[in-house]
Design a binder for this molecule. Structure first.
Ligand SMILES: Cc1cc2nc3c(=O)[nH]c(=O)nc-3n(C[C@H](O)[C@H](O)[C@H](O)COP(=O)(O)OP(=O)(O)OC[C@H]3O[C@@H](n4cnc5c(N)ncnc54)[C@H](O)[C@@H]3O)c2cc1C
Length: 200
């Protein structure tokens, strides 16, 4: 990989038409084609270890952990390397949250693409139900938006179908009013009050 100033840069960005003024940020010079399988690693929590492919090329998203919250639109734009804790941390100052899992070290990408359920599922549905949009690079190298309005079949597929449809580069989640103060814990009543409690 070359960036401006590297040895070989000037030749790499030289094209026949000297009037072309485009300046690339990065040049990649493959030396051969290894036919490598591509695997994508989000939080790395998949129990079957599907983030790694034997003798493949692993795209590790762990540095793309940016979360942008739009409190007025009730949306969070989330990088594909985020862990659940990254979203909660960014949305809770606004008293907002989306549906994620129970363990804050889990990856958002694999959890959402596989459906995803957690503390808020009973009230607001699955994580995939709360996905409004995904930016995804499909196998043909094109960057697509998948949402209910755009590429709806691809959107349907990635909400539960796992990582088989492309590389998601951004998730957009719907937010709900939750916290920052919540009531939680175990509520227990004596068995002789069972009729009242169940009726309630
Ligand atoms: C301790 C623990 C607690 C858990 N708790 C919950 C829970 O409460 N609720 C729940 O629903 N699930 C839970 N799970 C299951 C978890 O959601 C899945 O294992 C999920 O796959 C983890 O996602 P990840 O990004 O961390 O995993 P990874 O192993 O990184 O990825 C999982 C799959 O998604 C693919 N993938 C990752 N990133 C992308 C991307 N950007 N684009 C396309 N494909 C991608 C990977 O290639 C891989 O096939 C838990 C798992 C563990 C180990």
């Amino acid at each position: 990989m070359l960036t401006a100033g590297d040895e070989g840069w000037d030749e790499a960005v030289l094209v026949w038409n000297a009037m072309v003024a485009a300046k690339p940020s990065l040049v990649v010079q493959p030396a051969s084609d290894h036919g490598l399988l591509l695997s994508i690693k989000g939080g790395g929590n998949n129990i079957a270890g599907t983030a790694l492919a034997d003798r493949g090329l692993t795209l590790d998203m762990s540095r793309m952990r940016e979360v942008t919250v739009d409190p007025a639109a009730r949306l969070a734009h989330v990088g594909p390397g985020c862990l659940l804790q990254d979203i909660d941390r960014a949305t809770q100052p606004y008293g907002l949250a989306t549906v994620l899992g129970f363990v804050s070290e889990t990856g958002v990408a694999g959890l959402t693409l596989g459906g995803g359920f957690g503390y808020l599922t009973r009230r607001f549905g699955w994580a995939a139900d709360n996905l409004e949009e995904a930016e995804i690079v499909t196998a043909d190298g094109r960057t697509r938006i998948a949402s209910r309005a755009e590429n709806p079949e691809l959107f349907w597929a990635i909400r539960g179908g796992g990582g088989n449809f492309g590389v998601v580069t951004r998730f957009t989640f719907r937010l709900h009013e939750v916290g920052p103060v919540i009531t939680g814990g175990l509520a227990a009543w004596s068995a002789d009050r069972a009729d009242d409690v169940l009726a309630t």
